[in-house]
Design a binder for this molecule. Structure first.
Ligand code: SF4
Ligand code: SF4
Length: 495
């Protein structure tokens, strides 16, 4: 494989550190079709979430004042932090697992930056300004006539997309009515307006100027992916054993690579994948389509650039007797003709890191399913009232404890709860108002009073809370029996 020195510089940094602008070519192919389909599915899911309702709520919304999150039919409330933690763990282990197995699938296929840039921004740019040679000419041309029109049209489109995404992103927090209100009257929601302006501005900067630099310079994932990958992870790779030495198609001593550079011309990050695995590769697979189309034209087998593991490619190289890497035991490559795809899935799947990530993923997912499956529609918490004496000795000799019952109704309908004592041991329960009504997806606190003859002393008291929808649960608290009179200043004298 090529030495590190060949990859030492970033292709988009030119003489004196100047930015080298890329004009990637667009080429049809199986990978492009599949990737575009995935990208558009994600674009639609990302953009419609806050604008459509599921079960009377936005499909996706992070309602900070209401302290709840709506996610495609599920409602998580402020006290559901544990679920969010497991969800986060699931996403993290999921990314680790998929990366160890399939390489940077996230970057090329699901990252919002790639999704919008490759499947919306670049196609429209191509439509307005034409293919790379025309775009290059247009950029070099002086500012007049058609350049103004084309550039104006292009930037107007960028602004619409950036504004649309900025609006939707803000709607994730403010809700659709809130974001519309904020846009009609920016001062009514300063936070929302600021979010909209910042997101729109950043996206516009990214679409119009920064582009692949986000992946190369800013994105942290590109940096730490190397620790998630190993020689058995799938990556977009050039089969050097088959392709080298490069030469003309008619040269019988040349390999399959005709050095047409089609793979380089389509690369959105401007790299030459023939130099080996590079941090800049976002695994978009455009070079696979490009090279396959050349191979088909030359009536050779596709797959000179393909999704494969480094170990398998190296094994193919070793088979050709020009290895710079150890041959692998799992080699199934042929040294001539068509590449043998790395089909040894079993050995690839049972690598230590894949097993560890996979077990972590299964564990977090199982816990998440278990806790969500056992999630009660109602949450109860019985505690002493703050700012009030924990117990008070009444004039008739009985002792009163002032409590507070917090009821969280996680269901989508209002509920009426009844509270009663579990044991008839002489304790009296006083519930101001009798029945306790809690609106849908709301938490409310209710004062309760326990009164006992002082001779009964302290001990645990259990309360049963139930409603007509069949919910029943119990909570308990220790009854505090004291001897302070009601007018004792230390008790606050509350009766
Ligand atoms: S090398 Fe190929 S897969 Fe990697 S970013 Fe460039 S075109 Fe995409
Ligand atoms: S597209 Fe294929 S044949 Fe052309 S330079 Fe790239 S690897 Fe070689």
């Amino acid at each position: 494989m090529a030495g590190l020195a060949d990859n030492d510089t970033v292709t988009t940094i030119g003489e004196g550190g100047k930015r080298v602008w890329l004009y990637p070519k667009w080429i049809r192919g199986k990978m492009l079709t599949a990737r575009t389909a995935v990208h558009w599915l994600l674009i639609v899911l990302l953009l419609i979430g806050p604008w459509i309702d599921i079960g009377g709520h936005p499909a996706t919304r992070i309602d900070i004042p209401g302290r709840r999150i709506y996610f495609w039919g599920a409602t998580l409330m402020a006290t559901d932090g544990a679920y969010l933690l497991f969800l986060f763990g699931f996403v993290v282990f999921g990314v680790f697992f998929v990366t160890a197995l399939f390489g940077r699938a996230w970057c090329g296929w699901s990252c919002p930056q790639t999704v919008f840039l490759e499947s919306l921004i670049r196609p429209v740019e191509r439509l307005i300004e034409g293919e790379p040679s025309k775009r290059r000419k247009l950029d070099a041309a002086p500012w007049k006539g058609s350049k103004f029109v084309k550039k104006g049209l292009k930037y107007a489109f960028y602004l619409v997309v950036a504004g649309g995404v900025g609006t939707t992103f803000t709607a994730y927090f403010l809700g659709r009515d809130g974001v519309i209100e904020a846009q009609l009257n920016p001062l009514s929601h300063p936070g929302g307006t600021a979010t909209f302006v910042i997101i729109t501005g950043l996206l516009l900067f990214d679409f119009a100027y920064f582009r692949e630099q986000t992946c190369l310079v800013v994105c942290p994932y590109g940096r730490f992916q190397s620790v998630l990958l190993d020689r058995d992870s799938l990556a977009v790779l050039y089969d050097e054993g088959r392709g080298e030495p490069r030469g003309k198609a008619k040269d019988p001593n040349a390999g399959d690579c005709v050095d047409c550079k089609a793979c380089v011309q389509v690369c959105p990050t401007g790299i030459d994948i023939r130099k080996g695995v590079q941090m800049e590769c976002i695994q978009c697979m455009a070079c696979i389509d490009a090279c396959d189309s050349i191979m088909v034209k030359l009536q050779r087998d596709p797959g000179l650039i393909r999704l494969d593991s480094e170990r398998h490619i190296s094994a193919s190289l070793a088979g050709k007797g020009k290895t710079d890497a150890p041959a692998a035991a799992d080699s199934t490559a042929s040294s001539a003709g068509a590449p043998a795809a790395n089909t040894n899935w079993l050995s690839r799947a049972f690598r230590p890191r894949v097993v560890i990530y996979g077990l972590g993923l299964i564990a977090v997912f199982s816990i998440l399913v278990f806790v969500l499956g056992n999630r009660q529609p109602v949450g109860l918490d019985l505690h002493r009232r703050s700012g009030v004496a924990p117990y008070v000795q009444m004039g008739d000799g009985s002792v009163q404890n002032s409590l507070e019952l917090r009821i969280q109704n996680r269901s989508g309908e209002p509920r009426q709860f009844t509270v009663e004592l579990v044991d008839e041991d002489g304790t009296n329960l006083l519930v101001p108002g009798g029945q306790l009504t809690v609106e849908a997806e709301t938490t409310r606190q209710f004062p309760l009073f326990l009164i006992r003859p002082s001779e009964l002393g302290g001990g645990d008291v259990e309360l049963r809370v139930h409603d007509e929808q069949g919910f029943t649960d119990s909570v308990s608290i220790e009854f505090l029996a004291g001897s302070r009179p009601a007018d004792d200043p230390r008790t606050g004298g509350e009766a």
